[in-house]
Design a protein around this ligand. Sequence first.
Ligand code: HEM
Length: 249
Amino acid sequence: MDGIWAKIKATNFFKSIYRNDYPDTPRSRVQVILNSVLLHLHPVKVPKSAVKFTYTWGLGGSSVLMFLILTITGVLLMFYYIPSIPQAYFSIKGLETNVTYGMFLRNMHRWTAHGMVLLVFLHMTRVFYTGSYKPPREFNWVIGVFLLLITFLLSFTGYLLPWDQLAFWAITVGSNMAGAVPPAEYVGKYVRFALLGGYEVGQSTLIRWYTLHVIALPLTAILAMAVHFWRIRKDGGISSPGESGDVKE
Ligand code: HEM
């Protein structure tokens, strides 16, 4: 068996995938991280204190997990949902009653969305509490605020899609609030028009928010997350207790 394994490892094909030897020295371990497209997003070295669960509470990672679940369940929902006023509500009703595990799928998406808002907020609270927004991580805090905004916008645009009374009136209230941005005559009026695709909530609003919800916002979130993770690495990995904040172990 060892002989076959040694032969496989000697092939050019194997070497084109795994460019390093078995990672058992500090140098070969660093090389494995640097040579992998996925692993290189991660810092090469992580201080022991930073992986202590009660430091990060896994809140950033859990936010990513929520995003992944939302992407998978969201794509599956797209197989059934129809973004047109006469059909939107009934496509969701049909999904709940006629499709196997349809209600489960819808609820997975909905509850995970609530979970993501909560977890991102808690993650931000942790970052604040441990003082991890301080130098050199100020810019990552700013990207974080942007991610928080995207998370809210994803939730809000998704809210309209079932086209039930709750959705319709929530969007009416929300877009009227946007319409009040001062000076309303010059800013609010146009923001409201852009959001609604007209003067009142209707088909143009639905298709606009659907496109934002399934394409524009998720892609922006993915891009912002990539920068967020890359920044963590460039800022020397996750902060350590007492390093940037006032909190000591
Ligand atoms: C979609 C939303 C977000 C995702 C998926 C995300 C993901 C992550 C992950 C995985 C980490 C590694 C450490 C950890 O798990 O706690 C992290 C760190 C960090 N995040 Fe976020 N984050 C998000 C939103 C935010 C927000 C809203 C803020 C602040 C306004 C923020 C600021 C930071 C900072 C400053 C760090 C570095 C913390 C340190 O070094 O201790 N992030 N983020």
